[in-house]
Design a protein around this ligand. Structure first.
Ligand code: NAD
Length: 263
């Protein structure tokens, strides 16, 4: 199937590693022109270099913290100036810290809302005018299975990402007449650098090996393994494609069967 992404201009936020990086790589493999950001200029440039070396596609890494209004604005302005258009926007950021509903300060909720909701809303607001101009666009938010099945000890993800999902559904209806789709991809356990670091931290707390910690996570998943970042990226790239033209306002979980609900 030709995904119809050749020469489309794609913005991928928070993409120097992990799911964001894998998404930028897969979009480039489909012939899209990829502009990624990360908080560290060298890491962003290095990620873009790797993508270009592997795929031959145009890939540019730009420094921007997605929680910073000015830096996000400048990132999108630079993409628009260099590429002349923006067709696809994949929103992403680091995950919020673990905490419980009983022991989380209000200020911590504010920071999580900034990191995992406002960052996406801001990116969409900045890229939508470019999509509207050509009456074609794709916005895909990377969220989490926590929106379908709240995860114990992750109240910030459970609360904030559900809010973002409500916003995305609302936006999807508002921009549908313009040929723009808005969807969310909700990853389950995915073996990224961050997940490996979490396993190492858990290993030091519990005395279990890193491999045992990862095996415990895998045991909760019907497929009995964690996702590879490329498996999450494949779903994102499909939703970004021409072929996904009639899909909007959905949350697609990519989780090896982890979420137990029907919908
Ligand atoms: P990761 O830590 O491996 O990668 C995160 C990337 O985002 C890095 O490139 C980092 O530099 C960049 N980044 C972080 N904060 C940023 C900011 N403020 N501005 C710009 N760039 C920023 O994480 P990951 O595992 O790829 O996860 C990506 C997202 O998916 C996170 O929100 C995470 O919570 C969520 N998620 C991950 C999993 C999983 O198992 N890995 C599962 C569900 C949801």
């Amino acid at each position: 199937m030709d995904l119809g992404l050749r020469d489309r201009v794609a913005v991928v936020a928070a993409a120097s590693r992990g799911i964001g990086f894998a998404t930028a790589m897969e979009l480039a493999r489909e012939g899209a022109r990829v502009f990624l950001c990360s908080r560290n200029a060298e890491n962003a440039a290095e990620a873009a270099r790797k993508i270009n070396a592997e795929t031959g596609a145009e890939a540019v890494g730009i420094r921007a913290d997605v929680t910073d209004e000015r830096e996000t604005h400048d990132f999108i302005a630079e993409v628009a100036a260099r590429a002349g258009r923006i067709d696809v926007c994949v929103t992403n950021a680091g995950g919020p810290p673990a905490s419980t509903a009983l022991h989380t300060e209000l200020e911590t909720y504010r920071r999580a809302f900034e990191l995992n909701a406002l960052s996406a809303i801001r990116l969409a607001r900045l890229t939508l005018p470019h999509m509207r101009q050509h009456r074609w666009g794709r916005i895909i938010n990377i969220t989490s299975v926590s929106v379908k099945q709240p995860i114990e000890g992750l109240v910030l993800s459970n609360a904030v990402r559900a809010g973002l999902t409500g916003w995305a559904k609302t936006l999807a209806s508002e921009v549908a007449p313009d040929g723009i789709t808005v969807n969310n991809v909700a990853p389950g356990y995915t073996l990224t650098e961050r997940q490996t670091e979490l396993a190492e931290a858990r290993s030091q707390q519990t005395g279990k090996s890193k491999e045992e910690i990862i095996a415990q996570w895998a045991a909760q998943v019907p497929m009995r393994r964690l996702a590879r970042p490329e498996e999450i990226a494949a779903a994102i790239v499909f939703l970004a494609s021409e072929r996904a033209s009639y899909i909007t306002g959905v949350t697609l979980q990519v989780d090896g069967g982890y979420v137990r609900s029907i919908f």
